[in-house]
Design a protein around this ligand. Structure first.
Ligand code: ZN
Ligand code: ZN
Length: 247
């Protein structure tokens, strides 16, 4: 068995990230990551080519996607084609059909999850999490309280795999949270088996000053670089709720 350090959540120029896949992979190699999953919003295109050829710097790239479902964002790994917006049940069926794995991301995030407040919260979580392989217990863009709640949920529900990821939208932010994977080797098959067997743990403390710095940087970056359309396409948390026009 070997321990692999993996960032399982990042965005590239294929969605609303600012780094190309190559820049992100290069950064991952320079900071000592063994594995990087490319999980763009609503498209798997950023990582699909790595099914055929892995990068030369030794980083293993997992093709993935952050799928937008009406119950929130879901991370899918080892996908072979893009999965369009759908319900969580449909997403689970499509990912399974492709042989992929599924994780609920930023579980208690105040803006990117639905139904997290009020009575329906627990029922919703239980229903949702029956469909996934595990949860992202460390998300680099989420305050530690939310990450702690996710860990507590996982502890109360053994049988869920735990992963961590930076949710980086800039190459420099890769590695802000990570997953240790105990794998038999460095091939995609071996890493997939390790994740399916829950031989993973989530790491990466969110320090509030780093988080604040990130949020300011991100806000400035997005204001400068993202037009309204791109922001709406990739960052709206509630895809199926129509906006009312005032006029
Ligand atoms: Zn998300
Ligand atoms: Zn994300």
């Amino acid at each position: 068995m070997i321990d692999l350090k993996a960032d399982l959540h990042c965005h590239t120029t294929f969605s609303d990230g600012k780094g190309t896949p190559e820049q992100c992979i290069d950064r991952a190699g320079r900071i000592g990551l063994d594995v990087l999953a490319i999980t763009d919003h609503r498209t798997a295109e950023g990582g699909l080519r790595y099914w055929h050829e892995q990068p030369s710097n030794g980083v293993v790239v997992i093709p993935g996607e952050e799928i937008r479902t009406d119950e929130g964002h879901i991370l899918a790994y080892f996908v072979k084609r893009t999965i369009e917006d759908c319900t969580l049940e449909e997403a689970a069926a499509k990912v399974r059909e492709q042989g992929g794995l599924l994780y609920a991301t930023h579980l208690y995030h105040p803006t990117f999850r639905r139904h997290i407040w009020g009575e329906s919260r627990q029922t919703f979580l239980d229903q949702e999490l029956a469909l996934v392989d595990g949860i992202e217990a460390r998300n680099g863009m989420t305050i530690s309280r939310c990450n702690r709640d996710a860990v507590a949920y996982a502890q109360a529900h053994p049988g869920l795999g735990l992963i961590g990821g930076s949710d980086a939208h800039f190459a420099w932010d890769i590695g802000g949270a990570w997953t240790m994977i105990q794998s038999e080797g460095r091939s995609l098959d071996e890493i997939r088996s390790a994740m399916a067997d829950h031989r993973t743990c989530a790491l990466g403390p969110t320090r509030i000053n780093r988080l604040l710095f990130r949020w300011v940087y991100y806000a400035a970056g997005f204001c400068r670089n993202l037009d309204r359309e791109k922001r709406r396409r990739f960052h709206s948390a509630r895809p199926h709720r129509r906006r009312r026009r005032l006029s």
